[in-house]
Design a protein around this ligand. Structure first.
Ligand code: PMP
Length: 308
């Protein structure tokens, strides 16, 4: 397992900075027993100017609040104070390129009753930006995403991730790199921890909202496509459509954007470097590190010339 912390690492815990190695939680917590907690996955980057920047910090902490409210977990913090605490924590831990994991959890409570109390912890660990392409072999999972009437799919709730873990483990046991989950009607939904984009004939497509976590990276990709002039459509995507795609990629805070080499037995025909998705990948990495989009725009212009 990865070493997330050492004896010096600090975490933010209910208003104070404490050593990760010494922090304790109640084993009678309702969150531990029933997966009843909410969390975020955020990233900070060393930008081109050398500063530390938490990417879309406000939107991540606002989503944390909405997730807590959706689950009736008391939420008595505000986004501004949590962002300030996170920057302080990164500085204390001497981290710039980091993964940030806030979690809100409940007290000792073995019943299903609503709590009056809840707690927050923010953990950070080093994570460098991903600069290559792993070209994932993806497996269509036998596990589907939960029925949105059984779970609030907008909420980033810990319990939902049992489904993700099962799917990811199944894919790896079958010799693939990652899983793709469908929704309960069999349409493409998302990965265990990332959204999906599909490229076909010079256009991008992504599953519409409803059965998926509305990812902030997905939102960023949609915005970048608009800025770059790449046509992108949100719609229901069947597995047949996916299998006839030119290429596809996952996107998420941790994954950033990562291309697929194929799905199940299908190998995608388009080389990653030749795809528009590759331009989007370049644009995404520029955005998070606050570089200009010039490189991505030039790349796109050269591709367009090649087509004409
Ligand atoms: N779907 C799921 C199930 C996820 O866990 C994540 C990661 N948070 C995403 C999509 C992507 O969300 P974001 O871009 O906000 O990280």
């Amino acid at each position: 397992m990865a070493a997330y912390y050492n004896n010096e690492t600090l975490i933010y815990r209910d208003g104070a900075f404490v050593k990760a190695a010494e922090a304790k939680m109640d084993l009678y917590s309702q969150s531990l027993h029933y997966g009843y907690s909410v969390f975020e996955g955020i990233r900070s980057y060393r930008t081109v100017s050398g500063e530390t920047r938490i990417f879309r910090a406000e939107e991540h902490y606002d989503r944390l609040q909405r997730s807590a409210e959706a689950l009736n977990l008391p939420y008595h913090w505000n986004t501004e104070e949590l962002i300030r605490a996170t920057y302080q924590l990164l500085e204390k831990n001497n981290q710039q390129d980091a993964y940030i994991r806030p979690i809100v959890y409940g007290p000792a409570n073995m019943s299903f009753s609503v709590n009056t109390e809840s707690f927050i912890a923010i953990q950070t660990w080093e994570m460098s930006p991903f600069l290559g392409n792993k070209a994932l072999r993806v497996f269509t999972s036998s596990f589907q995403r939960p029925n949105p009437k059984a779970f609030n799919m907008q909420a980033k709730a810990a319990g939902h991730y049992v489904n993700s873990i099962m799917a990811s483990q199944e894919a790896k046991a079958k010799g693939f790199d990652e899983a793709l989950l469908t929704d309960l009607d069999g349409f493409v939904a998302e990965g265990p921890g990332a959204n999906v984009f599909v490229e076909k004939d010079g256009q991008l497509f992504t599953p519409s909202l409803g059965h998926i976590l509305p990812g902030l990276t997905r939102k960023t990709v949609l915005e970048l496509c608009t800025q770059l002039g790449i046509t992108v459509t949100e719609k229901k995507i069947s597995l047949e459509e996916l299998k006839s795609a030119d290429t596809a990629f996952f996107c998420g805070t941790a994954a950033e954007t990562v291309g697929w080499s194929g799905i199940d037995e299908t190998v995608f025909p388009l080389k990653w470097e030749d795809s528009l998705s590759y331009v989007v990948q370049k644009a995404y990495l520029a955005t998070v590190t606050e570089r200009s989009l010039d490189e991505a725009k030039n790349l796109l212009a050269r591709k367009m010339e090649a087509v004409v």
